[in-house]
Design a protein around this ligand. Structure first.
Ligand SMILES: [Zn+2]
Length: 193
């Protein structure tokens, strides 16, 4: 994060913004002491949700955060409302900024595909894919308490499950012991311990 610039669009950056963004960056890599986010040059903070054209006013704004690709490579866009909510007492299983930093970990091997190859041994790739697909089927059948947004694709599954893992670790471990074991191995963390 040392070389990462934090900028506000339509808002000025506060110390609290910096602290919450830094916390979101550190939480997923706390067990990976040598990790550096190489694929991040800017975090761009919007006052609240934004739309696909990055407008933060008007209707149909439903994006809370994103990691840019293409011409937006190296940029993370975040809603301050979502950032703040992720650290409030009413946050539940969600934390948008952690979600976006987990996408960066996933992306560090060149593919945002739910398989963070830099952080998991090859032999776990197939079991992890199988487990993700099994749980996606359960979500589809309404049998899982993982947010349905995880059905979007494997990379969203990974990021959504990671939010839950970090926000409600005991509950996650209890309800999803196998996924917990994989995430614990990936992040080298065991939050309830
Ligand atoms: Zn996402």
């Amino acid at each position: 994060m040392n070389d990462t610039r934090i900028e506000g669009v339509g808002t000025a950056i506060t110390d609290l913004d910096r602290i919450l963004i830094a916390s979101s960056a550190v939480i997923p890599i706390f067990g990976l002491p040598d990790w550096k986010y190489k694929n991040l040059t800017n975090v761009i903070l919007y006052p609240d949700t934004f739309d696909k054209e990055f407008r933060f006013e008007g209707e149909n704004r439903n994006i809370l955060g994103m990691v840019g690709s293409g011409y937006l490579n190296g940029q993370m866009l975040l809603s301050r409302a979502a950032l703040t909510k992720g650290f409030s007492n009413s946050r539940g299983k969600e934390n948008t900024a952690i979600h976006e930093f987990v996408h960066l970990l996933d992306k560090s091997d060149g593919a945002t595909d739910g398989i963070p190859e830099n952080l998991m041994a090859n032999e776990y790739t197939i079991p992890w894919l199988d487990l993700m697909h099994m749980e996606m089927n359960r979500i589809e059948r309404g049998e899982s308490d993982i947010n349905v947004y995880a059905l979007t694709n494997e990379s969203e599954f990974f990021a959504v499950a990671a939010e839950y893992f970090f926000e409600k670790p005991e509950q996650f471990q209890h309800n999803h012991p196998d996924i917990y074991t994989h995430l614990s191995r990936i992040f080298r963390q065991n939050p309830p311990a």
